[in-house]
Design a protein around this ligand. Structure first.
Ligand code: 13P
Length: 244
């Protein structure tokens, strides 16, 4: 989308309070974060108030890993956007494949969440991605277009799309640079023609580390990354954020 790159840490269900405090303390000391990089951290819900208190918001931006699409009510175990806002969250990851798989989140639930997040003036990071079977059977383009069609509302410039092939998450397998760019072009064309969206952020996620990150950022059209495992390791995330 432009100069600004979004480096999104998805801590998933990792880190306790002590470990999170240590990681944030180290991140706050980082002096040479690349000037165009936004450092966005999405901790577990229970860690959000702690991380919110620890960060300096000019340096680290807070996000969550999910939220409900209803303001409040009888939704045991869910989290409202009101509380996310109270705790200074600016971004919300929506429709991660782990939520789609483990919590049976459908495209229509994802769409409701995306609309709710936008209505509340936070920024959704909408995850799409195909399984290995879908990639091998050459159905991946169809699957991705279907997800984009079902999950993304029209006329929402600046929306964040995270392309996370399911076969790449935590596996060490990463698509080639050409494969990433193919999905970028598909997304760009689809959003322009079908959703009236010209400007959007396109993130890549899946086994990102400091080594492959540089190659991906320098040789594809991505606007950043959604990072799981490597975001928990200070040395790795430091290299990514400082592009060293
Ligand atoms: P890994 O970086 O651990 O493969 O996880 C990717 C991911 O699911 C980020 O949302």
């Amino acid at each position: 989308m432009g100069q600004v790159k979004l480096i999104v840490s998805n801590w998933k269900m990792n880190l306790d309070s002590k470990q999170a405090t240590r990681l944030i303390t180290n991140l706050k000391k980082l002096k040479k974060i690349h000037p165009n990089f936004k450092n966005i951290i999405c901790p577990q819900f229970m860690l959000i108030p702690l991380v919110s208190r620890l960060i300096n918001q000019n340096q680290i931006i807070l996000g969550s890993q999910d939220c409900h699409y209803i303001n409040e009510g009888a939704y045991t175990g869910d989290t409202s956007i009101k509380l996310l806002k109270e705790n200074n969250c600016k971004y919300v990851i929506i429709g991660h494949s782990e939520r789609r798989h483990n919590h049976k989140e459908t495209d229509s639930i994802v769409r409701k969440k995306v609309e709710h997040v936008l209505l509340n003036k936070l920024k959704p990071i909408v995850c799409v991605g195909e399984s290995l079977k879908q990639r091998k059977s050459n159905k991946y383009k169809y699957i991705l277009k279907k997800q984009l069609n079902n999950c993304i509302p029209t006329n929402q410039n600046h929306i964040v799309i995270a392309y996370e092939p399911i076969w790449s998450i935590g596996s060490g397998l990463v698509p080639t640079l050409n494969e990433i760019n193919e999905i970028y072009s598909l997304t760009k064309l689809f959003l322009r023609n079908n959703k009236k969206i010209k400007d959007f952020y396109f993130l890549y996620g899946g086994s990102v580390n400091s080594e492959n990150f540089k190659k991906i950022l320098d040789n594809t059209d991505v606007d950043g990354a959604l990072i799981g495992g490597a975001s928990l390791n200070f040395k790795e995330i430091k290299k990514i954020l400082t592009k060293s």
